[in-house]
Design a protein around this ligand. Structure first.
Ligand code: PEP
Length: 249
């Protein structure tokens, strides 16, 4: 029986300026009072060096990195640059990047490899679209993404998988506990089949309209090791109850 410590990670997306730094300080203060859960926040790149010194035990991360260490890639940021800015983790393969920037599994894998090599904890996102769930191909889709997006060598302490059904992101609709249980069990089985015992130690987060009202129920589901939270991570008032729910579950 493997006991995995819960992780709650906030994804601020393209939200947040200096004016939001007070929220990070408030989240950090509350997280200090809440034992037994790891907390992370991924603000826009511009806030990482400002947020990191104010974040206490909350790990600050990026929302993406480039797969190369440097070069002619206008507008991109490398994993080492994130580390230098104060990041401890990074999200790769978020469905918004898969859709908006047409990122494919092989690119997500290259980014994850670059991030892990730079020493960043790496959250690799997978998730089906609504049509796939309706067609009943959701598990196959997610396992395919997982197989092709994860790096070959799992450093289980630093690798995290986030299951985020695309139809639940920012919509106010969440997976039911039964939906989450089905998918998280399938992901766990795939991780163990691929990585052996190390696959038991990789945390699997749920993401998609997670909030203070539904977090406790979702975090009790077997194999749900915490959450990746978008909208409800933007303020301490909304994010702290999710952290507390993780600590209680
Ligand atoms: C996300 O973007 O990773 C996410 C889960 O967003 P939201 O919580 O707003 O659905």
């Amino acid at each position: 029986m493997h006991v995995r410590r819960k992780l709650v990670a906030g994804n601020w997306k393209m939200n947040g300026t200096r004016a939001a730094l007070g929220e990070i300080a408030a989240i950090a203060a509350a997280a200090r009072e809440t034992a037994g859960v790891d907390v992370a926040l991924c603000p826009p790149f511009t806030l990482i060096p400002l947020a990191a010194p104010r974040a206490g035990g909350v790990a600050i991360g990026g929302q993406d990195c480039h797969q190369s260490p440097s070069g002619a890639h206008t507008g991109n940021v490398s994993a080492a640059m994130l580390v230098e800015a104060g990041a401890k983790l990074v999200i790769v393969g978020h469905s918004e990047r898969r859709a908006d920037q047409h990122e494919e599994d092989s690119l997500v894998r290259a980014k994850a490899e670059a991030a892990l090599a730079a020493g960043l904890q790496t959250i690799v996102c997978v998730g089906e679209v609504e049509e796939e769930r309706i067609a009943g191909s959701h598990v196959d889709k997610v396992l395919y993404q997982l197989e092709h997006s994860l790096p070959e060598l799992a450093r289980e302490a630093e690798l995290v998988v986030a299951y985020e059904p695309v139809w639940a992101i920012g919509t106010g609709r969440t997976a039911t506990p039964a939906d989450a249980a089905e998918m998280h069990a399938a992901i766990r089985a795939a991780l163990v089949a691929r990585f052996g015992d190390a696959g038991e130690r990789i945390r699997i987060l749920y993401g998609g309209s997670c909030n203070g009202a539904n977090a406790a129920e979702l975090f009790k589901v077997d194999q749900v090791d915490g959450g990746l939270v978008g909208g409800a991570s933007l303020t301490a008032a909304q994010f702290v109850p999710i952290i507390e729910a993780a600590a209680r579950s």
